[in-house]
Write a protein that binds this ligand. Structure first.
Ligand code: FMN
Length: 218
């Protein structure tokens, strides 16, 4: 019975990244109705930023109630990530980067010797399928001048693929703010619509692939 951890991070009403993640979930459920899902909504239930008690517990045993609470949160988040056969993360671009709620989740979840391996050869998450779905107000295509300002996708690729070793697929919807009602050109509206259509197709295919991969493995 494959287990999925699904993280949402957009606070925007009508979020495109949440919609793409929802499509993934529909396909996941169709492919394997026995598959389980843990859903963490970082807007409704934010993970707190690391504080001195949390930092203390990364380095040593907890010595007071606040540190015990911080350690319990780390245990919960680490168990969730390690217990998931597949990972789905949805994120908007906010100020050229990831939303701070997603960064807080990463800061509390990536722990040396637990989720981050001392020995890369013993990486506990290596090879598991991860899917990151992103939404951008602008284009930010790789190879363009605007693309050099994209600190969202390269960062998440570093974390999930390079460091954690997931089998990562990134699906992006671009130009989401190109609305004809607000004066967007027909060309930009076409780019927005084409990008969304491609992202919907890609996220369906990826969800099918991940579910089939896991039902063969689990
Ligand atoms: C606080 C904030 C900051 C944003 N910063 C950027 C940005 O730097 N570049 C960009 O292209 N769009 C930016 N946008 C637009 C969002 O990326 C766009 O609305 C996207 O669709 C958000 O993802 P979502 O639809 O999943 O919420 C920003 C939106 C908000 C609310």
């Amino acid at each position: 019975m494959p287990a999925l951890l699904h993280i949402d991070s957009s606070a925007t009403p009508g979020s495109v990244s949440r919609r793409l993640a929802g499509v993934y979930r529909e396909v996941w459920a169709q492919e394997d109705p026995a598959g389980t899902v843990v859903h963490r909504d970082l807007v409704r239930t934010p993970v707190p930023h690391l504080d001195p008690d949390g930092l203390h517990t990364l380095l040593g045993a907890p010595g007071n109630d606040a540190q015990r609470a911080a350690a319990a949160l780390h245990d919960e988040l680490v168990d969730e990530l390690l217990g998931a056969d597949a990972l789905l993360v949805s994120a908007p671009m906010y100020n050229w980067s990831l939303p701070s709620n997603l960064k807080a989740w990463l800061d509390q979840t990536l722990i040396m010797g637990r989720t981050l391996p001392y020995d890369p050869a013993a990486n506990p998450l290596a090879g598991r399928p991860a899917t990151v779905v992103l939404a951008y107000g602008g284009g930010y295509e790789t190879g363009t001048e605007e693309g050099l300002m994209n600190h969202l996708e390269p960062y998440l690729r570093t974390v999930f693929s390079t460091v954690l070793g997931y089998d990562l697929t990134v699906v992006s919807a671009r130009m989401t703010l190109s609305d004809p009602e607000y004066g967007a050109s027909p060309e930009d509206v076409r780019r927005r619509d084409d990008s969304l259509a491609q992202a919907l197709t890609a996220v369906r295919a990826r969800a099918r692939e991940a579910a089939r991969l896991l039902s063969a493995r689990v």
